[in-house]
Design a protein around this ligand. Sequence first.
Ligand code: ADE
Length: 242
Amino acid sequence: MNYHIMTLFPDMIDMAAHTSIMGRAIANGSISLNIYNIRDYTLNKNKRVDDYTYGGGAGMLMQAQPIYDCYRAVCENIYKANPEVSGKKIRTVYLTPQAKVFNQGMAMEMSDEEDIIFLCGHYEGVDERVLEEIVTDYISIGDYVLTGGELPALIIMDAISRMVPGVLGNDESAKTESFDNGLLEYPQYSRPEEWMGKRVPDVLLSGHHANIEKWRRTQSELRTKERRPDLYEKYLATKETV
Ligand code: ADE
């Protein structure tokens, strides 16, 4: 999995992505990360990348030219690194609140790609014409407005990377966690058996695997019903049809 990020704030991506599990995955070659500073591609002599919005309105808009030239450079580098994809349209994600909200299914589906380009917007947005030209997927991470697309890009990369072979160790399985079966994960406990007067549920100490499985499923259902009734309704609907 090769990520290619177009941004005005490369340090933000660089620092966060080189930490923890993503950092380890980059170091062991399971994923790669190529960061492009859009400002490097502007033809403006003052290095500007934004301008006023036609029709008026507050705030500045990112202009089409630097983004498009940056995108062309990203594609050329992808084609150079892998001639097999040469000339093919590369999956290009624009992070925006005006889009469908990201979920586990989308992370799973995108983890099959070899290359993904992320365009991180800033200011009041991006000239629509360049989006029409390059973007294949518009994705939001939730119904709130952030100052830029860098954090959403990091979140999406993190969720996709967990699905890429070699990223998680054997004891960090990407399966059997929240959402895999349409339910939230059950509660978990580690040592000691008793802490602040609270005991670990007996069934988990019993060694009886079938009972443990049953208990966990019930806990998952209860937790989902209480915390995410919307998911629980969906879970019930699919359970009835199988
Ligand atoms: N950019 C600004 N807000 C955003 C959001 N909620 N999701 C994705 N990109 C964004």
